[in-house]
Design a protein around this ligand. Structure first.
Ligand code: AMP
Length: 112
């Protein structure tokens, strides 16, 4: 069964696309936790960072580069936060790796 993110990548369900290339797609989160909340999602399905393989390293590096690019294009010049939730305790709800980019407000530390 495909994840909601695979359906977005295949254009089976709509999303606001902020960036797309051969490796990933970046969309606006439907339930934003900050004034800017984007998700950078690899087209290759990697369930979570704990299940990533050695040969996924280029893809994972690319996700971080695009996260920075999205932050720049969203004008998060005062800073932003990148989050990857992994597994139940990490708060993961979609089993398809994605990088959250959050900004536009002061972030708290430690995170909840
Ligand atoms: P996580 O809890 O880290 O697995 O993050 C999943 C994220 O996907 C949540 O922030 C959701 O709000 C977001 N999300 C779920 N469905 C959609 C959708 N159809 N379009 C955009 N974002 C979504």
């Amino acid at each position: 069964m495909s994840t909601i993110f695979e359906k977005i990548i295949k254009r089976e369900i709509p999303a606001e696309i902020l960036h797309e290339d051969e490796i990933c797609i970046a969309i606006r989160d439907v339930n934003p936790q900050a004034p800017v909340h984007a998700l950078v999602i690899p087209k290759k399905v990697i369930s979570r960072i704990a299940n990533a393989r050695e040969d996924d390293s280029e893809t994972i590096g690319h996700l971080l580069l695009i996260a920075g690019k999205v932050a720049r294009s969203e004008k998060l010049d005062d800073g932003f936060r990148i989050v990857i939730n992994n597994g139940t305790d990490g708060g993961e709800t979609v089993p398809h790796l994605h990088v959250h980019v959050l900004g536009g407000r002061q972030m708290k530390w430690p995170p909840g």
